[in-house]
Write a protein of this length. Structure first.
Length: 174
């Protein structure tokens, strides 16, 4: 019998940079300007999550390249079943949450300055070997970055310290 060490479990995250980003960004900004953002009770960030939204058929063509790349990686036919924009101003944050027990979720960073903003923070679904909880902060996030992750992974954002607003588009897939 050979000796070995290997991870028993892994939680995947897929990070890519959107193709043709300047064009897509302008279109997404135009769409987001028409949305009704609000802070719901118990929320500390503005979103259109519970408000009437743009038709998905307007947004989907703008992210179809990124969706295709992700689906090719996981080799699963997933359908988007929810989407929303989220805007964070100075002092805003999104508290610890997840997006359910099944599927994948995504964050597309639209207005994001790596010198001014921090990315989504992910909490390991299990303690590390010395009993601590690990936090994962994705590297190299910039405007145009898209992160795909299992929906069950708890995550949050740190309070926005910048006078520049951070804008993201998120969606869930099953």
């Amino acid at each position: 019998m050979s000796e070995y060490i290997e991870p028993m479990f892994a939680v995947p995250i897929f990070h890519l940079y959107a193709e043709d980003w300047d064009r897509k960004k302008e279109s997404l900004l135009d769409i987001s300007r028409k949305q009704k953002f609000r802070k719901d009770v118990g929320e500390y960030v503005k979103s259109d999550f519970r408000a009437p939204k743009a038709d998905w058929s307007v947004i989907e063509p703008l992210i179809e390249d990124e969706l295709r790349k992700f689906k090719d990686q996981v080799n699963i036919d997933l359908k988007v079943d929810a989407f929303w924009f989220e805007r964070a101003g100075k002092g805003d944050q999104h508290l610890l949450h997840n997006h359910g027990a099944q599927g994948f979720s995504a964050v597309m960073y639209i207005e994001y300055d790596p010198k001014e903003h921090t990315p989504t923070q992910f909490v390991s679904p299990f303690d590390n070997i010395i009993g601590w909880v690990d936090i994962y902060s994705p590297r190299d996030i910039r405007s145009g970055s898209v992160i795909f992750f299992p929906s069950f992974v708890h995550h949050y954002t740190l309070p926005c310290d910048s006078d520049k607003e951070r804008l993201i588009l998120s969606w869930n897939m099953k």
